[in-house]
Design a protein around this ligand. Structure first.
Ligand code: AHG
Length: 337
């Protein structure tokens, strides 16, 4: 058992010391993301009080405009990244175009950040877990300000990726390519503390997560896999798998990461690329789940090897316990061709 509390900041510094030539820039960036997460967490926790403290979009008692939580989270993350001095630009699911920082210390910074500042935000009003998802990439150009090419990289190039889940407790889970670690926010001291070191996703798992309401639009392979999960296909000793679907990707993937399972948002009739965003949602989650020993594919190839064409493109995704991802691919190959 761990005997001493290790805070996120301590952990990041410890890890930095493992790499003799590390400059500390990435560490500073991760710490600043952690800081922004605490402020977003504070606001998310107050969401139920919106009617009392001021409905989003209205003015609060001080005459200030109350921002919608997703807008607030976006602004908070951008401010933190700008202040870090280690980030030359940000692409956000909330913004049409990426932004670049023009001040001296940021413009020359080595990293860009891609993020979904508040994923699952349609769940805020009903008190369901939501999250912030982030990816960090090293710039590939040397121009003074970062350009589109710096963002449009394959997921495999990420130097860090992770999420913050605002749930029954708030956690930050991330990887820098050397395993996955989870930190729980202790509200009494206001620190993220290492609570889930070296997370490994069970390779078997049995939870399946998919919006089954769209069943009629799924491929034959996906539908046959659903039948397999439900033990509707004769197989010796097969028990039905539990279906769990929150409709909040961070929450669904976090649960499956810990307990073992598969999350699917496949292609659908009329929606060949699914709903979820490659750069903001699929890539960071794929990097993290692979680092935990799981798999992530779009049905044909590893998510991390997809070449992005534009920032907001979507991709089908099958992600989670390796044996479950392999099994759904078997059904896809057999029935969907
Ligand atoms: P939003 O941010 O608009 O609430 O979307 C959430 C995303 C993702 O988090 C979730 O897994 C998925 O959309 C749910 O989509 P469906 O409602 O179509 O199942």
């Amino acid at each position: 058992m761990q005997t001493r509390i290790i805070t996120l900041d301590e952990f990041i510094i410890q890890r930095q010391n493992d790499f003799p030539f590390a400059s500390g820039d990435l560490s500073a960036l991760l710490r600043d993301i952690g800081l922004a997460a605490k402020v977003i967490n504070r606001e998310v926790n107050k969401a139920g009080l919106a009617d009392i403290l001021g409905v989003h979009g209205s003015q609060n008692v001080h005459g200030e405009e109350v921002k919608k939580l997703d807008v607030f989270s976006n602004d908070m993350m951008i401010n933190a990244l700008r202040n870090s001095g280690q980030c030359s630009g940000v692409a956000s699911e909330e913004l049409e175009e990426f932004i670049y920082f023009t001040d001296e210390h940021n413009a020359n910074a080595e990293y860009v950040v891609i993020m979904d500042p508040l994923d699952g935000s349609s769940n805020i009003d009903v008190n369901i877990s939501i999250g912030t998802i982030f990816s960090i990439y090293r710039r590939v150009t040397r121009s003074r300000n970062c350009v589109q090419e710096d963002f449009l990289q394959k997921g495999i190039n990420q130097v860090a990726g992770g999420y913050i889940i605002y749930g029954s407790s708030t956690m930050m889970v991330y990887t820098t390519g050397n395993g996955v670690n989870g930190f729980t926010l202790d509200p009494s001291i206001g620190e993220f503390c290492l609570s889930h070191p070296n997370i490994k996703i069970p390779s078997k798992g049995n939870i399946y997560s998919i919006n089954q309401g769209y069943r009629l639009k799924f491929s034959e392979g996906v539908n046959q896999y659903i039948r397999y999960c439900q033990a509707d296909i004769p197989e010796k000793n097969k028990k039905p798998f539990p279906l769990r679907y929150i409709g909040s990707m961070v929450a669904d993937i976090h649960r499956n990461l810990i307990k073992g399972g598969i999350f699917m948002y496949p292609a659908m009739q009329g929606v060949p690329n699914g709903k979820l965003r490659l750069m903001y949602e699929c890539n960071p989650m794929a990097y993290l789940v692979e680092q935990a020993g799981g798999k992530a594919t779009n049905g044909k190839q590893r998510i991390l090897l997809l070449s992005p064409e534009h920032l907001h493109q979507t991709s089908p995704i099958f992600i989670g316990s390796s044996e479950m991802v392999e099994m759904v691919m078997k059904f896809e190959n057999e029935y969907s061709g």
